[in-house]
Design a protein around this ligand. Structure first.
Ligand code: HEC
Ligand code: HEC
Ligand code: HEC
Length: 224
């Protein structure tokens, strides 16, 4: 008899505590929204660096990173004005949606090397909210100029630096590679689970990645 009683008491206390907490959090937040969004934008800048967004979108999303044969002028798109085109929820979804095939400038030319990584499940919702606030803070008001951007690049985050981590930055190229008949064929023939990996032909990607994709730091092949 005593057990159900105390359970009810605990349940009551928990929900009462929850109500107090909710009320406590809700009030100061709505009272100081602009300070909050400035804070989350500052947090968002750190999140932007933590996930290496600048490696492709440039410092503070200002663009300028080469993406050979991309229809967007041969560069990865800047993010300065992106927030104008999206509601918060859509922008969050756009960040975690994964790569979309980048349109080619020359339809017969090679696949643009850079595309969005797979971030779904990797970036917690709180960080996504901070990222959205940050992207909004980059967008100037109508008639104003974008803010000046610092020239010094933050270090490439550790999770991008592996011998064979190519997929993080080259997601679409990697997807195409996996549909190549050679991929895995060798392993099937030899009866192992070993498949050909990118570094078999291109060499380790560690230095290439750490140097923001320096083309000199990876083995390349010309069409000839
Ligand atoms: C941290 C992100 C990053 C990682 C990880 C990475 N790359 Fe790159 N890669 C780049 C960037 C950025 C460029 C574009 C550089 C440029 O054109 O100035 C590039 C360009 C290339 C190019 C030249 C493409 C061309 O057509 O000019 C090749 C080849 C390449 N990467 C292969 C690899 C391979 C193989 C791996 C893994 C072993 C790898 N990359 C890992 C960022 C990365
Ligand atoms: C490896 C390079 C790379 C990295 C890293 C990267 N992006 Fe992208 N991003 C792209 C490319 C290329 C596109 C355009 C095509 C596509 O969807 O793949 C794009 C598209 C976008 C778009 C849509 C823009 C529009 O106008 O539709 C947003 C928003 C975006 N990225 C935000 C981010 C954020 C935030 C991060 C970090 C969490 C990030 N990206 C990391 C390469 C990258
Ligand atoms: C069997 C050797 C081999 C393997 C394995 C390999 N590549 Fe390549 N890669 C090449 C050759 C050869 C070219 C040049 C193709 C050309 O110029 O037509 C190339 C070109 C590229 C390019 C330049 C863009 C393009 O399409 O021309 C990128 C980026 C690239 N490879 C990334 C990768 C990644 C990422 C992987 C792993 C998923 C990988 N490669 C695995 C041999 C290989």
């Amino acid at each position: 008899m005593a057990i159900p009683k105390s359970k009810t008491l605990v349940a009551f206390c928990t929900s009462a505590a929850l109500l107090v907490m909710l009320a406590g959090f809700a009030l100061p937040r709505s009272a100081s929204r602009s300070v909050d969004s400035q804070q989350t934008a500052e947090q968002g800048k750190l999140v932007f660096e933590k996930y290496g967004c600048f490696v492709c979108h440039g410092n503070e999303g200002s663009g300028g990173v080469r993406n050979k044969n991309a229809a967007t002028g041969g560069f990865v798109n800047a993010l300065t004005y992106t927030s104008r085109a999206f509601k918060d929820a859509d922008l969050k979804e756009r960040i975690i949606r994964g790569p979309t095939p980048v349109k080619k400038a020359d339809p017969h030319g090679s696949t643009p090397p850079l595309s969005m990584p797979y971030f779904r499940g990797a970036i917690p919702d709180a960080e996504l909210n901070d990222l959205v606030a940050y992207l909004r803070s980059l967008t100037p008001e109508e008639g104003e100029e974008p803010k000046p951007v610092s020239k010094e690049r933050p270090p490439v985050p550790d999770f991008m630096l592996g011998d064979n981590n190519c997929e993080i930055c080259h997601s679409v190229v990697t997807e195409h590679f996996k549909t190549n008949p050679h991929y895995g064929a060798d392993a099937t023939r030899k009866g192992t689970s070993e498949v050909i990996v990118c570094s078999t032909c291109h060499g380790s990607g560690k230095i290439h990645a750490a140097s923001y994709g320096d083309p000199q730091a990876i083995i390349q092949f010309s069409k000839e």
